[in-house]
Design a protein around this ligand. Structure first.
Ligand code: UFG
Length: 334
């Protein structure tokens, strides 16, 4: 099978490319390298540097490669950033996704997997959230992704496509074999920031909000290991092979929550460094708590997560950060 991976030079996309290659699939990567990194690309995987909203680039790729499925990761992903630049987020995440879906329809692509997000649920009293829970995104980021789910559902029905959206919760960790990890500059995600602080790459970190109605006053999130998330995409591809058409949506997470303080404790314990944490007010756009019901993914797609421990995610994130920063030798898992 030949798969077009958009955003294949990014954090999650680069893990996807490795997993597809490990399975012997043919892969083509489209990435504009705005946040992705050239050195995460594999030399033997065809790479096109370009924009997912550029019809000419898309037509060229679909004409040159006999693509069976598209896995669409390329997007802007930082919730506070989306509040500052909503139109940029709608352009990049929604309008350009429309161009990509349109090109896929034009070229007769029958399978499409979309990276959606837990941010489509927004602030919710219903915990854990089920795929059928109310959708009330509270950030432009969440809304920019929800609109793509809707477009894809309608396009799948009209054009005989088998499409699937995975709603990611908080993705963390790195490839257990040390081949890829989170590498972007100016990281804002909690585990990455805490790991950088533990390794002395930042003088301190900030904890946003200690007055939430949660067990310790800090926000609760359902962290999912990037390797398990990628395994869910492989299950999704297999599922779509046997599904003639239609749209499905699945939560991707473990159904367990960790607070910001619990994450910081884990990073301190595993790194052995008692780094400085400064308390600040709430960050705009943060829901207090969001935990997934991930049962449907296990039941319908046969997803079997293997890394559902916060400490393991932190250990792999530390391992990758040490390697990237040339800090000290590291030992990947065998
Ligand atoms: N946080 C800090 N300090 C930091 C970074 C984060 O206290 O330096 C806190 C945040 O305020 C939040 C929690 O850690 O309470 C998690 O924040 P992240 O930035 O790591 O992740 P988000 O929850 O904002 O966003 C993630 C994904 C989105 C997804 C969302 C769903 O990046 O794609 O979870 O809740 F939509």
């Amino acid at each position: 099978m030949a798969v077009l991976v958009t955003g294949g030079a990014g954090y999650i996309g680069s893990h996807m490319v490795l997993a597809l290659r490990d399975r012997g699939e043919t892969v083509v990567v489209l990435d504009d390298l705005s946040t992705g990194l050239q050195d995460l690309l594999l030399p033997d995987v065809p790479f096109v540097q370009g924009d997912i909203g550029d019809d000419a680039v898309l037509d060229r790729i679909f004409a040159a490669h006999d693509i069976d499925a598209v896995i669409h990761f390329a997007a802007r992903i930082v919730v506070p950033d989306s509040l500052a630049d909503p139109l940029g987020y709608y352009d990049n995440n929604t309008i350009k996704a429309h161009r990509l879906i349109s090109a896929s329809v034009r070229h007769g692509i029958k399978r499409f997997i979309f990276s959606s997000t837990a941010a489509v649920y927004g602030e919710t009293d219903c915990q854990p959230v089920h795929e059928t829970s109310a959708l009330n995104p509270i950030s432009p980021y969440g809304r920019s992704k929800l609109m793509v789910e809707w477009m894809l559902r309608d396009a799948a029905a009209a054009h005989g496509i088998a499409a699937l959206a995975l709603r990611y919760f908080n993705v963390a960790g790195a490839d257990p074999l040390g081949r890829a990890g989170q590498s972007g500059r100016n990281a804002t995600h909690l585990i990455k920031v805490a790991v950088e602080t533990a390794l002395g790459l930042r003088p301190h970190m900030t904890l946003f909000g200690t007055d939430y109605p949660t067990r310790d006053g800090t926000c609760i999130r359902d962290y999912v290991h990037v390797s398990d998330l990628i395994a869910a995409h492989l299950c999704a591809l297999d599922f779509l092979l046997h599904k003639p058409q239609g749209f499905s949506v699945y939560n991707c997470a473990y159904g367990q929550g960790a607070s910001v303080l619990e994450v910081i404790d884990s990073v301190k314990r595993i790194s052995g460094v008692d780094f400085t944490v400064r308390q600040a007010g709430r960050r705009a756009g943060d829901p207090a708590s969001i935990i997934a019901n991930g049962e449907s993914l296990r039941r319908d797609l046969g997803w079997q997560p293997r890394h559902d421990s916060l400490d393991e995610m932190v250990r792999h994130a530390l391992m990758w950060e040490r390697k990237r920063s040339n800090l000290q030798p590291y030992e990947p898992d065998r």
